[in-house]
Design a protein around this ligand. Structure first.
Ligand code: 1HN
Length: 343
């Protein structure tokens, strides 16, 4: 049975002073804060960042701050629950919108957190990861796993914008976040692995010849993701087609901490996923619709991003055919042994 726990005020003042002096504190007045009953009480609140509101500010950042002064020219998407300046969208997920202008270079560095980019607008930009040049086309998902050197360049004519998703809050919490800077990388003169070794789903380089890399494929071209979702829609059972981005060698999620799931909603479709213990963010690749998050409705359009706390009640409805990528921390929670879905 649940018991009402004692409060700090019930304790004599002299005793409280003595506790502070000794560098200790009573657990019981704080017990329910750190261990609420039945489900967590997230600080995170649903967020919605329309592309219409973020894009002009990002373009202005391009005029105000040269990339040399920024290292990465990014506007961070701040969790409304933590307020302006919060370097995170949920407890474990950092999101930011990054701008690179034609001819610019973002210098090479390597850090402990992992990053994933979803390309929002423009063409001609690329990321070099461990010497592999990864073209960035709209909708592509590009990995920059922790410990891999990466720099960005832009050979096109117009601004390029992408969404960065990092597991940075975890690394900050663990006091494990740091970076090293280096010279721009030499690029191997060959297409990225999605165009060579992993051109076709279900085929991987022969084990005899192949030395498995921890992250064998760093770029997931959008046209293949969309084609696969469409095929599922054409031949499925009417449920919403959803595809997880996985490591083509192991079938595991692309990163140890963060997962990425492509979703296709048909026009007029309503879908109500289970309440999940993971936090999530959604990036709209294309389409319009609305999502109700714990009773709060977000009207979303192309290139918008929105977020939902852990255990949120969600309901998605599309006005027109829509493609979204769900960013979540299920892989981390599964490793910690507490991932859960509730109806
Ligand atoms: C980072 O390395 C990038 O490489 C973007 O583009 C955003 C946010 C925090 C820490 C490192 C990038 C980042 C970041």
């Amino acid at each position: 049975m649940s018991q009402q726990l004692g409060t700090l005020e019930e304790l004599p003042e002299a005793y409280r002073d003595a506790l502070s002096k000794a560098g200790v504190a009573p657990l019981w007045p704080m017990m329910r804060n750190v261990l609420p009953h039945d489900a967590p009480q997230p600080l995170t609140k649903p967020g919605h960042w329309t592309y219409g509101s973020v894009r002009p500010l990002l373009i202005e950042a391009g005029e105000l701050t040269p990339v040399e002064k920024a290292e990465r020219r990014v506007l961070v998407l701040c969790d409304p629950g933590r307020g302006p300046g919060a370097m995170q969208a949920t407890a474990s997920i950092y999101l930011g919108m990054q701008l690179l202008l034609p001819g610019e270079t973002a210098p090479a560095h390597v850090h402990t957190p992992s990053a994933v980019r979803i390309i929002v607008e423009g063409e001609g930009a690329f990321t070099v990861v461990d010497g592999e040049k990864l073209p960035m086309c709209e909708g592509d998902l590009v990995l920059t796993p922790g410990g891999e050197w990466h720099d960005h360049g832009h050979e096109g004519q117009d601004p390029v914008v992408w969404l960065d998703a990092l597991d940075l809050p975890l690394f900050v919490y663990l006091e494990g976040s740091y970076a090293r800077e280096g010279d721009l990388q030499a690029r191997r003169n060959r297409p990225d692995a999605s165009e060579v070794e992993y051109r076709s789903a279900g085929l991987a380089p022969s084990r005899q010849a192949h030395r498995a890399r921890r992250y064998p494929m760093m770029r997931y071209p959008w046209d293949r993701t969309e084609a696969a979702l469409r095929a599922m829609a054409d031949h499925g059972d009417g449920a919403m087609p959803e595809l997880d981005y996985v490591n083509p060698e192991t079938g595991a999620d692309v990163l140890p901490t963060m997962g990425f799931t492509a979703m296709m909603l048909a026009a007029g479709m309503t879908t109500t996923p289970p309440r999940r213990s993971c936090s999530s963010a959604f990036h709209v690749v294309r389409g319009r619709g609305r999502t109700t998050i714990d009773g709060q409705t977000v009207e979303w359009g192309p290139k918008d991003t929105f977020s939902a706390p852990v255990f949120a009640s969600l309901s998605h409805e599309a006005d027109e055919e829509a493609f979204l990528v769900r960013i979540h921390d299920r892989p981390l929670q599964e490793k910690l042994g507490y991932y859960e879905e509730r109806e």
